[in-house]
Design a protein around this ligand. Sequence first.
Ligand code: PEP
Ligand code: MG
Length: 582
Amino acid sequence: MEHKTETKLKGIAAAPGISIAGAFLYKKEKEEITDGNITDLEEALVNLDIALAQSKKELRKIFALAVDKLGEKRAAIFEAQIMILDDPVLIASLKERIIKEKKLPEYIVEDEISKYTDIMNHSHEVYMKERSHDIEDIKNRIIRNLKKKKWTSRITNDVVVITSNISPSDTVLFSRMNVKGYVTDFGGLTSHAAIVARSLNIPAVVGLHEATNRIVEGDGVIVDGFHGEVIINPTEETIKIYERKIEQLHKYDEELYKLRDLPAATIDGKEIQLLANLDVTEEMDFIVHNCASGIGLVRTEQIFEEYEEFPDEEKQYEVYKKLAEQIYPGTVTIRAFDIGGDKVLPVDLQEPNPMLGWRGVRLLLDNPHLFKTQIRAVLRASAHKNIQFMIPMIASIEEVLESQRLIGECKKELAAEKKHFDKNIQIGIMIEVPSAALMTKEFSGEIDFISIGTNDLIQYLLAVDRGNDIVSKQYQEFHPAVVRILQHIIKEGKNAGILVSMCGEMAADVFAVPLLIGLGLESLSVSASAIPQIKKIIRSLSFSELQKLADDCLKLKSEQEINVMLHDFFNNKIQDQIKNLF
Ligand code: PEP
Ligand code: MG
């Protein structure tokens, strides 16, 4: 057997933890369509049916979103595509050919549908040529879904997924298959996929650039999500070192678990509310285990993703009600769908500049039907008074007022229908766009609470894509402008007498926590796996020294100075085994 040498690659540490496992290469885009033979006819036909059904669901969801914004006429394109997927002649000819030729379904789909597009492309009519793109779209969608089915059925338990880029939905899908780690060529620290990996407690290293070229399927790999390192084909000796680290980690977790019922209070008695972020329903166990005092952010986009079709009021109501029951008497903060940006917007609706485009509240207000369905479901689930509702991506007061108007309308409707809901449900906004940050005072007059979304706030304040590893050095949470804008939001929110919380990833950064508390934040919402550690840090510090630390940071004018100050503080003050893990 060929002897493979140990190699170390360095990337961005995206989700903490250490894993040792075999590599599974997920190269979804590069696979070519071949005319290979099938071995199991039954399975091939079932896979075709699944891919067709999946394609139809996707198109229905796109149609639901597109109809309000693009108008009936343009959205009709998607409706026409759905009709093609229902065409019995087409489906029969696909199946007949698979049965007769015994070729792979994706090959037959490519070959058969291309016949139509070729004829259309040769037509002299412009209209026909244009329609051929729509048919091409359908073909690609079916093939994509056929391949996805194939990839996911190939994956075995306990592997590390190596891929060029990973979507949040793939991250969730893989986590259900007990994946042990993620390694990607591209992606940044606060990309949504990285957040999901952290939430699910799966170590991840992103932005390695050459992982998919250097790692071969079946290679042994170690993922060190603390240091952003990936070791390919480790020697026995290296494996032993990392196995010892994993053991230490387990011990450390047990130690942290002992703090479970103690408050997150500083030595001088300042109590901080520690809440959990919830990305996928699977996390509920972690949340209860780590004893969060509530949920500070439910990213409901995941529900939208999961259901494939637009989930109706009843379905959503069931989901929110269950969450509220599970965390009772704690409170759940449900965030309205933040669709768009890097999250779950179907490929077909993607824009040249999605992060600056149609996302969050913009998309919701353009789709009042979709928004109101969610508001009604949330209101109904709030009957036991432990739900709050929060709007993402607010940039102007009009968006706040219009959202409030729709909430008021839904309340009236429900009251007329004699349905129960919390009449005093707390309504909040995310502050994640600089314009909203600057206007905290004015916005505070219209709402009950604020949650700071640093993932986006930093991206928009510094003009740095949060998901792009090439500019990850410029994505600086300790940039003086970030520290100063945070101080502004916290001060203005408090002056207005409303609760200010933070649910961006910065709240889970152990180096940032002392600064945030010093700036006056009294509530942090982080992924459940980070709660015990943050509690331990808070319990080892005094609020008065944190206030001084924050004052000192506010006087500095470069990121580097602030970074050094916070790292020095951490290294001097938090002298226990936490330090060895970083
Ligand atoms: C944020 O922007 O900080 C945030 C919490 O929202 P998301 O990461 O879902 O965009
Ligand atoms: Mg955000």
